[in-house]
Design a protein around this ligand. Structure first.
Ligand code: CA
Length: 617
């Protein structure tokens, strides 16, 4: 039996309580509460219940005004638009009457406990640690299977099944993450996914206001955010506005057919979202890309329907205000309606001016990615209002750059230099999320063999944590977990060893890691801890030099502090002529942060094969 949330079912009148059959039943109220004093004074309250639409609606409040009552094609919905511009924090009743039947829905406008401007978003001073909660750690085996939910088992041998990880598991290992030196966690979606299969990844939401019970409760999440903040970690929540899960009541018993694209009939998206920006694209191509469904079980919201738009926008504001999160990662950003997404970002940033949102802009060139960033000149006069975009093209280049020999005109590190010479295309290159891998790409170590190559790992991690942008590390990369997307997505999302009671190895502890894993972990920790308070890296402009002697040299500088990275991209020793770099180098010598040795700055600099220097002065 599917769990339903019975908010209230009160019958009153001349004869007191009667049988439930005669009451107006309210199964869901969304959102279940709100706050007085928000900048946007409008509130949509969705009431869902059997033939609820024919009810007359009144409010017991003196200062909450009904602006509009909307009835949809489906009689099981009532949309109430309230004007809160004069409303104080309070409890009031929404009273529904159908002849002699009635219901009273208690509603609360809470007092705000946060000032919108006090919520600090993640910035280029931060490093995000991405966690797939089902696969990180199982802190509470009691919640592995939740009664009444469609996917009723865990099976750690099945990479497509749930494994039992949860919020308690994340909470138990916040110290591991802060010791490592990350300053934020991004969790793959934790909202309810009551789907028959594949629910572990979280991208088919069935209730936008509810944490999946197998991860914990809403309160557990709020407590996790609070605990993370005390540990110096910001929290980024994953949201999906393009589509929901087909078991969502909004789809199963849809308010009206135009809540979903193609009138709620399944049409597959082409995944070719470049057509959105392509000046040559056909109308057909554009429509299929944006309005087509992600999969048959992920129906595509029609955000051009103003009620859909309001529902989604409010759900995000609700989580920020309720839990105090620091950022949102928006899934499949270009697949949704451009104008809606733009309005959503605008409203969130209006309410929380220091917040940050990163959109999943999985496109294969900087031109296409840059189009989605706030203030992009390519998108003008339109503006996405999306502060941060994902640098997928750089991820692709980084997957090759550290395996190839670098020459002055191509290959290896030349790719990274060449790509970054084109950063003028970005309205804000510092607000690019940069990453070696995530839950959808091959792991940086595609194979066990590549995972053994620590020189490759160290160069890549050094580059990731010292170039422009906001770095993100995928859980397990620091302990050399490998996985190739060609073997299926499950291979990219293996359990973190030690996250489950009885695991043979515990990589959360040094004694559980191999010597090689400890070397990778320690190296990563050293860089991350150093990066934390390093303003040259966190805020400084990037100045770089074209490749010479197979070596990439770049500087980050801020407020009189400098970091200069010198990276030999070849398997040969190099003798670098230092003349071209005088403007970024100190007079005589500088300490290499990685080795601790003093490097004297003369005419020439000898570099070992694949040697990397991080000069800090
Ligand atoms: Ca569990």
């Amino acid at each position: 039996m599917k769990r339903t949330l019975l908010i209230v079912m009160t019958l009153f009148g001349l004869f007191g309580f009667k049988s439930a059959a005669r009451a107006v039943t309210v199964e869901k109220v969304a959102p279940r509460f709100w706050w007085a004093g928000m900048k946007n004074p409008e509130l949509q309250i969705m009431l869902y219940g059997d033939k609820i639409a024919s009810s007359d609606v009144t409010l017991s409040s003196k200062d909450v005004a009904i602006k509009e009552i909307v009835r949809q094609d489906n009689p099981n919905y009532l949309l109430l638009y309230a004007d809160l511009s004069e409303a104080a924090p309070q409890q009031f009743d929404i009273i529904l009457k159908q002849g002699k039947k009635s219901a009273v829905v208690p509603y609360e406008l809470k007092a705000r406990t946060r000032n919108g401007a006090d919520i600090q978003g993640f910035t280029s001073s931060d490093v995000l640690y991405l966690i797939m909660p089902d696969r990180f750690a199982n802190g509470n085996p009691e919640n592995d299977v939740a009664e009444g939910m469609l996917e009723g088992k865990v099976d750690r041998n099945d990479l497509f099944a749930r494994h039992g990880g949860d919020l308690q598991g994340v909470s138990d290992h916040l110290d591991y993450i802060s010791d490592l030196g990350a300053t934020a966690i991004w969790l793959n979606p934790i909202q309810e996914n009551d789907m028959e299969s594949g629910s572990y990844h979280g991208y088919a939401i069935t209730d936008y206001y509810q944490i999946d019970r197998r991860f914990g409760t809403n309160e557990d999440f709020r407590n996790l955010v609070e605990k993370a903040h005390k540990s110096g970690l910001k929290v980024v929540m994953d949201m999906i506005f393009n589509h929901c899960g087909s078991e969502n009541h909004l789809f199963k018993d849809k308010p009206s057919k135009d809540w979903f694209n193609f009138k709620s009939e399944y049409v597959q998206t082409s995944f070719k979202t470049a057509s959105v920006m392509d000046i040559h694209a056909s109308d057909y191509e554009k429509k299929i890309a944006v309005d087509g469904w992600f999969t048959q079980v992920m129906p595509d919201f029609n955000q051009r329907n103003r009620h859909v738009a309001r529902y989604l926008i409010q759900s995000s504001v609700w989580w920020i205000e309720y839990a105090g999160i620091n950022g949102i990662r928006q899934d499949t950003h270009p697949y949704a309606d451009y104008d809606f997404m733009s309005e959503w970002c605008r409203e969130v940033l209006d309410e929380y001016p220091n917040f940050n949102i990163v959109g999943e802009t999985w496109l294969n060139s900087n031109v296409l990615v840059s189009y989605w960033q706030k203030d992009s000149r390519l998108a003008a006069p339109k503006n996405s209002n999306l502060p941060t975009v994902m640098d997928f093209p750089l991820t692709d280049l980084m997957s090759k750059a550290f395996d190839e020999e670098t020459t002055d005109w191509g290959g290896g590190l030349y790719r990274l230099y060449d790509y970054q010479t084109q950063d003028l295309v970005y309205a804000n290159p510092m607000n690019l999320l940069v990453f070696l891998d995530n839950h959808d790409t091959s792991r940086f170590a595609r194979t066990e063999e590549l995972a053994q190559n620590l020189t490759r790992y160290k160069q890549a991690m050094t580059f990731l944590l010292t170039t422009r942008g906001i770095p993100q590390i995928y859980y397990g990369t620091e302990i050399l977990m490998d996985g190739d997307k060609a073997d299926g997505d499950g291979c990219l999302r293996k359990d973190f060893p030690g996250g489950w009671q009885g695991d043979e190895t515990d990589c959360f502890k040094p004694e559980g890691r191999t010597a090689l894993q400890n070397e990778a972990y320690d190296f990563t920790k050293k860089l991350l801890q150093w990066r934390k308070n390093n303003e040259a890296i966190g805020k400084g402009a990037l100045k770089h030099f074209s490749i010479a002697s197979g070596t990439y040299v770049y500087q980050r500088a801020y407020n009189g502090k400098s970091v200069v990275v010198i990276m030999n991209g070849t398997d040969k020793e190099q003798e670098l002529d230092l003349k071209p770099y005088r403007e970024v180098l100190p007079e005589a010598s500088a300490a290499d942060f990685l080795s601790g040795r003093i490097v004297s700055i003369g005419e020439k600099l000898k570099l070992g094969k694949r040697e990397t220097l991080v000069l800090n002065f």
